[in-house]
Ligand binder design. Sequence first.
Ligand code: FES
Length: 144
Amino acid sequence: MSDTYTLYNSTVMDHFMNPRNMGDLKDADGIGEVGAAACGDIMKISLKIKDGKIEDARFKTFGCGSAIASSSMATELIKGRTVEEAMSFSNQEVVSALGGLPPVKIHCSVLAEEALKAALEDYQKKRPSVPAPSRTTQLQPMAV
Ligand code: FES
């Protein structure tokens, strides 16, 4: 393998090469799309929510291997959580679950957090009684 791949551990490589939950959800209850100003990568997360619980999650990522692995892991981690639990989701969970990311690639996991929060905000807009998610950082929301 080339030096490019040695940046990543085997868990990151697995989620990059065999991403889970890739695609869109028909009739999604919340859709979030964000872009990273630093690199121009784009991530979209769609959620299916029933009785206050995230039943399903899908992603589409135009970006680096780390962004693809982060969105794959994030969608795995949030399935089954309540909306309330998902509101406090942090990119650090993604980094830990992936077994770490190179320091220059941490922002890729932030993109996953921001896409999830944007999807939850979209869900909240459709249901004003749901409180807004807390944010670690502020990335650029994109039109869906
Ligand atoms: S390099 Fe920008 S999301 Fe990975």
